[in-house]
Design a protein around this ligand. Sequence first.
Ligand code: MN
Length: 250
Amino acid sequence: MNILVTNDDGIASSGIYALTAALRRLGTVTVVAPDRQQSAVGHALTVSEPLRVTRIWRDGQFFGYAVSGTPADCVKLAIARLLETPPDIVVSGINHGYNTGINVLYSGTVSAATEAMLLGIPAIAVSLGSFDESADCSVAAQTAAYLVEHYHELGIPPKTLLNVNVPPLPEEQIKGVRITRQGQGMWNDAYEERLDPMGRPYYWLRGIYNHLDSDPNADDVAVEHGYIAITPIRFHLTDEETISRLKERF
Ligand code: MN
């Protein structure tokens, strides 16, 4: 099995290292990931400058390709140029920080998986609810490996990806797996104003995440209750109901 691994936290993150280590026993893993932090870039592509690719070694071994672009760039470039054959599956992560609720929209991690899905390749996004680079990624890595190994038994249709969110808890405190839907949670944006050394103001986004769900099957609620949340996601955005209503008028 050929597995393409990417992320949005950059190739140097501990999450992508843990994920790669867990997947290597299942097949040939190729890492193609951004050369820097690319969180919250969504599905952006690089069109006005070239993409540079750097080979990265870790622990004395070739680890993967660092790309001067976004997560979606990495998936496209890997499939178009860097890989000899298209991957059987793409796994994006392990992201530091949950990709639940509205974060699914902003997430570079999920967008990399979306890009794979659009190209007709099975795709999984994996996120851990901790921004601590030294957080234990083992449960998230094991979960990803399980899903990759058993992907074809799960009956996931084409054009659907799996968005997996894992609480930052020791394995014995994880209550289990809950199959969830994308929650309604979103950010209450606050732009902090500071002054640069020249006395000019600048702004830094510093939102507070509002959990707006009570449904236990919402991704945000499941992870808060200690469950691994697995949400099947599609990216067909048309509102069919409103089509009917507008057609009555026009
Ligand atoms: Mn990230």
